[in-house]
Design a protein around this ligand. Structure first.
Ligand code: SF4
Length: 235
């Protein structure tokens, strides 16, 4: 891992781009950041991540709690009428789409681990753990990384819309790379102990300064060396 980190820093010296360690230091100082705290419950994280697609953390949290109230066991979700699951998760939005997906996902997990115990992912080699999760229906690289990072503290990087956009503008990911490739490229630049900070810092930055429309470059702490890829010149 030390080698990876060295090559990333060396690359930034030759290109002038910010190295991940520099971004973390600047954005930590600018926004502040809560320390990482793994939840230790990968199954709950998997369900929560599915519910969080295309909605706010607040709404997906409400949907998740309503789901647990209504169905204290995962078996109960699978056995329920889809319309009842839909009703339970309605605050999370897109319930007609998410309810059958959730039932399919849980059924696939039960097929592989009848106790819904995903604790083995903590010690499985990282790439194998990602592949195991991604073999589940509806699980892509972002969801797999969320489960591994937030539940188990493993160094997998979820690339959400903010991380993706900010990384491209900063020149860390080529414009034509797919989001899937962005996961590989960015993770390859990061030391394991940088993954959580990088994820959280870039989300903060995307939400608060480097907006999708109208990024506030003039007051951005990264303006000095940001290539602003894809944006018009500053007036
Ligand atoms: S300078 Fe502009 S494009 Fe670059 S990170 Fe800051 S807000 Fe985003």
């Amino acid at each position: 891992m030390a080698g990876r980190r060295h090559s990333s820093a060396a690359g930034s010296e030759s290109t002038g781009l910010y190295a991940p360690s520099e971004l973390i230091a600047i954005l930590d100082a600018y926004y502040g950041r809560a320390p990482a705290q793994a939840s230790g419950d990968p199954m709950a994280e998997l369900v929560l991540t599915l519910l969080s697609q295309h909605t706010s953390d607040h709404n997906s949290g409400r949907a998740f709690h309503r789901l647990l109230e209504r169905f204290p066991e995962w078996d109960g979700v699978i056995a329920a009428r889809t319309s009842d699951v839909e009703e339970a998760i309605r605050p999370g939005g897109l319930a007609p789409t998410k309810a059958p997906r959730l039932q399919e996902l849980l059924a696939a997990v039960r097929e592989l681990t009848p106790e819904y115990d995903l604790g083995f992912l903590e010690t499985m080699p990282l790439e194998e753990a990602k592949a195991w999760l991604r073999a589940l229906p509806g699980v892509g690289p972002k969801t797999a990384a969320c489960v591994l990072l937030f539940a188990l503290g493993r160094p997998a990087l979820p690339v959400d819309t903010h991380v993706d956009r900010v990384s491209r503008r900063l020149g860390l990911v080529p414009p034509k790379a797919s989001v899937e490739q962005a996961h590989v490229i960015l993770e390859g630049m990061l030391a394991p102990d940088e993954v959580y900070a990088f994820h959280v810092d870039l989300i903060q930055h995307g939400r608060r300064t480097c907006h999708a429309r109208g990024p506030e470059c003039a007051r951005c702490p990264l303006l000095e060396r940001c290539p602003r890829v894809g944006l018009p010149p500053l007036g």
